[in-house]
Design a binder for this molecule. Structure first.
Ligand code: ADP
Length: 234
């Protein structure tokens, strides 16, 4: 088996608010191998956002170990973590998080701008073509539908060829037909070898993944392959 891209070993996260300690994660362990497609589910308050923040290197565990593509994030300075995030992760959010007054191609090129890449516009055009938006590269977000905006965000997430694409309720703002299109795209990306980890509260969306990890009260209560995977037509 290849080296995991995400390795969580007995990870805990405790928030302290004054004298009160909130144990958001209470010992979470799992590994995600390259090429996996994982949905993280669980009721509100179960620790999904906390876990995504840790996987995304936006926060560090209180205890236990998290390795991202072999890097122990606890040993990294904030500056190193920012560089790790840029190199290893692509983020897709529920609200798309695009710059409003900026063209699709510039939005997609943004991570490469921070990386100082001179070929960023050409690479961004290629990424937009890959997600089916080759004909809309100079449109601004307000000239695109919700589904198209999410495709721009997905192209931006892919531009650095990240080790992991992290998606937080990626279809939460979309109608079901548009959501289906985004799930088709995720499937294609996963078929091409991209590793995807997605938080969702929606069973139909989670069933597009190959594996579901369920959290409850800060613990993994189920971690299993999806038996009847939804196979959207491509
Ligand atoms: P979910 O995303 O599944 O709804 P969260 O990870 O947001 O769960 O929350 C898990 C627990 O941690 C909850 O009890 C929540 O109130 C608490 N929590 C989350 N973030 C913070 C924070 N920044 N400060 C204090 N408590 C928090």
């Amino acid at each position: 088996m290849s080296e995991p891209v995400v390795l969580m070993q007995d990870v805990t996260k405790t928030y302290e608010i004054g004298d009160i300690k909130v144990h958001a994660l209470r010992g979470v362990s799992f590994a995600v191998a390259p090429g996996e497609y994982v949905a993280i589910m669980g009721p509100s308050g179960s620790g999904k956002s906390t876990l995504m923040n840790l996987i995304g290197c936006l926060d560090k565990p209180t205890g236990g170990t998290y390795r991202l593509d072999g890097i122990d994030v606890a040993t990294q300075t904030d500056q190193q973590l920012a560089a790790t995030r840029l190199a290893k992760l692509g983020f897709v959010f529920q609200g798309f998080n695009l710059l409003a007054r900026t063209s699709a191609v510039r939005n997609v090129a943004l991570p490469l701008f921070y990386a100082g890449d001179r070929d960023r516009d050409a690479k961004a055009k290629m990424a937009l073509t890959k997600v089916g938006l080759g004909g809309r590269i100079y449109h601004r977000p307000n000239e695109l539908s919700g589904g198209e905006q999410q495709r721009v965000a997905i192209a931006r997430a892919l531009i650095n060829n990240p080790a992991v694409v992290l998606a937080d309720e990626p279809t939460g703002n979309l109608d079901s037909a548009t959501a289906e299109g985004i799930m088709t795209l995720f499937r294609q990306l996963n078929d091409e070898g991209h590793t995807i980890i997605m938080v969702t509260h929606d069973d139909d969306i989670a069933n597009h993944a190959k594996r579901i990890i369920r959290l409850r009260d800060g613990l993994v209560v189920e971690d299993a392959a999806v038996v009847n995977r939804t196979l959207v037509s491509t």
